[in-house]
Design a protein around this ligand. Structure first.
Ligand code: AHR
Length: 624
């Protein structure tokens, strides 16, 4: 195969092409990225969180008592905050028994590390006294311990540090009252001191770093379907997710569990800032999933028209929260949370692969017009839903074109074959219409873990995203995270459990693209003696320049079962013989755990390179 670069026809491409899409699916937030180790810390789990109405999924979930002489009930007569109604009441008739939390399948701790334990208590009967707090491993051995004193008859927050003496993957929290009487507890929380960038109420360091390593140029949050929820009551409301943790309003999750909202909009903005990524919040377009809401007469499926004014105001307030001066109502709240500087929000998504009906269009138009009028500086990203048979993709585009929406969010989950044979998908796009945010995509056979075959078909397709980086402005693989044993959706980019992060071939493809992105596309011509088209489409290339560093990056994909010799001619680009960095990801199609191999590689004006069978190669040539 010969590849000749023609830099004279170079074009500018988006510098936001590779991003990340975070959704609280597969226990990605609570029990996942959000570093809280106590499950149901606020006693707000409810039977209605779960579609099957599991009776055990209630305020007591994950909590228990051990030993005799202690009973535990739930009350809501006098909560810490009206938004956090339920709390535990311990009735202690005899000392020695304990109140326990099992975490998310255990609480993993590392020897030598420190953990913040905080809780609210209120003495209801008696004088109170000491609470011994311990983390105990499976054999009942104490791994960390300390004490706090109760006594106040009003809610009182206290915090102590627990130092883990040894590593254990599965401890439980044990709270042992050293007194008799009655005490109320709420917001029982345990966080590692070592969170991503050391933030309080922070993120799990290993998982957050794994995402940061992709070098995402933006992060979309909080979903996906989580954004629009499974009914009007379940639409994600950003205002419920900011402020003190005890004042946030938790709710059921469309993926059938509970969202504590401890990971809320402030934390999302902060995570983006920490990674140097643009924040991309997505807000429901006034309609829930499949327009399944039940409004008043004529409103079926969407937020009732008489409530749309407030609904839109909430979206305008989000811009003020992110960008407004500290003297504004919402800018002040951001400052109170510890961030007086604006977050510099530039993009807002409205809608998530919704049914394109009048109900949708009316509400989308109202929101879009209001944002355009009040915040012309914000780029609104509309939705055209999934590209596949029987969906509203065309109608979505019609709405976007009518309104001149600057960018639309497309989604598709397709087979490896689809990605291989549709590399011209965006070559045909009308450049005068909306730009594209490919907000969700993955190559997969449903239910199957991603492997080299799916990852290489994505790498191949992504060469076409770079080639079309003048119309495709952003892209993000979905879903990002999945906790083992709690996976609603397969495949995912990153799997994890309480102690490990498991990377997939698809992850390495995203990371190699993210770390080797460019903002100038250098067209090239590929020629081969091969006549079989099916073989031809299995070899792909993309050459870009990163104008910040001046580096040139060559990406080469070989999905054939044989090695392919390539001769690369750099054309007019002046390159003297030098050492470049070559990274190769290679494996059999069903391999799930290949890792990239990095080596030095000699390049010049013209050079040869053999692409191993089933491989993705990135050659990075430093600016000269
Ligand atoms: O990525 C998983 C789900 O797929 C998203 O929540 C939704 O937008 C899409 O249907």
């Amino acid at each position: 195969v010969n590849i000749s670069v023609d830099a004279s026809k170079s074009k500018k491409i988006s510098d936001l092409l590779i991003g990340a899409f975070f959704e609280d699916i597969n226990y990605a937030a609570d029990g996942g990225l959000y570093a809280e180790l106590i499950q149901n810390r606020d006693f707000e789990y409810t039977v209605s969180d779960k579609k099957g109405r599991d009776q055990n999924w209630n305020s007591k979930y994950a909590w228990d008592v051990s030993g005799n002489g202690i009973s535990f009930s739930i009350d809501s007569v006098s909560p810490i905050h009206i938004n956090n109604k339920h709390y535990a009441v311990l009735n202690i008739s005899q000392q020695g028994a304990s109140f326990t939390n099992k975490g998310y399948d255990g609480i993993a701790v590392k020897g030598g590390e420190k953990y913040y334990l905080s809780l609210f208590t209120k003495v209801l009967n008696g004088k109170g006294g000491k609470l011994s707090i311990r983390l105990k491993d499976k054999n009942g051995k104490t791994v960390a311990e300390s004490q706090i004193k109760t006594g106040s008859t009003d809610w009182k927050k206290q915090e102590i540090i627990l130092s883990a003496k040894e590593t254990s993957a599965e401890t439980i929290l044990e709270i042992t009252p050293e007194f008799t009487g009655k005490v109320a507890l709420d917001m029982v929380s345990l966080f590692p001191q070592n969170t991503f960038k050391g933030h309080r109420n922070g993120l799990r360091a290993d998982l957050a770093q794994t995402i940061a390593d992709i070098h995402p140029r933006f992060v979309r949050f909080p979903g996906g379907c989580v954004t629009h929820g499974d009914g009007l009551h379940n639409i994600y409301q950003w205002k419920n997710t900011i402020g003190s943790l005890e004042s946030r309003i938790s709710q059921g999750n469309i993926w059938n569990y509970h969202q504590s909202m401890g990971l809320g909009y402030f934390e999302y903005f902060q995570f983006c800032e920490d990674m140097g990524a643009e924040p991309l919040p997505v807000i429901a377009a006034g309609v829930p999933c499949q327009n399944s809401g039940t409004g008043g007469a004529g409103q079926q499926g969407g937020v009732p028209m008489e409530e749309m004014g407030q609904y839109i105001q909430d979206i305008l307030d989000l811009v003020e929260y992110a960008n407004g001066d500290v003297k504004t109502t919402w800018g002040k709240k951001r400052a109170e949370a510890g961030h007086p500087k604006p977050f510099n929000l530039k993009y807002i998504g409205i809608g998530n692969e919704d049914l394109i009906t009048d109900v949708f269009e009316d509400r989308f138009t109202m929101i879009y017009n209001a944002l355009k009028e009040k915040h012309p500086e914000i780029t609104v990203i509309g939705t055209v839903g999934p590209f596949c048979e029987g969906t509203d993709y065309e109608e979505g585009w019609d709405v976007a074109s009518r309104l001149h929406v600057p960018m639309v969010d497309e989604h598709y989950y397709q087979t490896p074959g689809w990605f291989i044979h549709n590399q011209d998908f965006y070559d045909k796009y009308d450049r005068s219409k909306s730009k594209v945010y490919l907000g969700e995509y993955a190559s997969h056979v449903p239910g199957r873990h991603n492997n080299m075959e799916t990852a290489l078909s994505e790498a191949l397709y992504m060469t076409s995203l770079e080639r079309n980086g003048d119309v495709v402005s952003m892209s993000s693989y979905a879903p990002l995270l999945a906790k083992e044993k709690y996976t609603n959706w397969n495949p995912d980019l990153i799997y994890f459990n309480n102690t490990e992060v498991k990377l997939t071939p698809g992850y390495y493809v995203q990371k190699l693209y993210g770390q080797n992105a460019g903002n100038e596309y250098l067209p090239s011509i590929i020629s081969t003696n091969e006549t079989n088209n099916s073989a031809k489409v299995r070899v792909g290339k993309s050459i870009v320049r990163d104008n910040k560093t001046g580096d040139i990056i060559i990406k080469l994909v070989n999905m054939l079962p044989v090695a392919v010799d390539t001769k690369i001619n750099m054309g007019d680009i002046s390159i003297t013989d030098t050492n470049a960095q070559k990274t190769v990801l290679q494996g059999q199609p069903d391999d799930k755990t290949p890792t990239p191999v990095v080596s030095d590689f000699k390049v010049g004006k013209e050079f040869n390179n053999e692409l191993p069978p089933y491989s993705f190669t990135v050659i990075r040539i430093k600016a000269q």
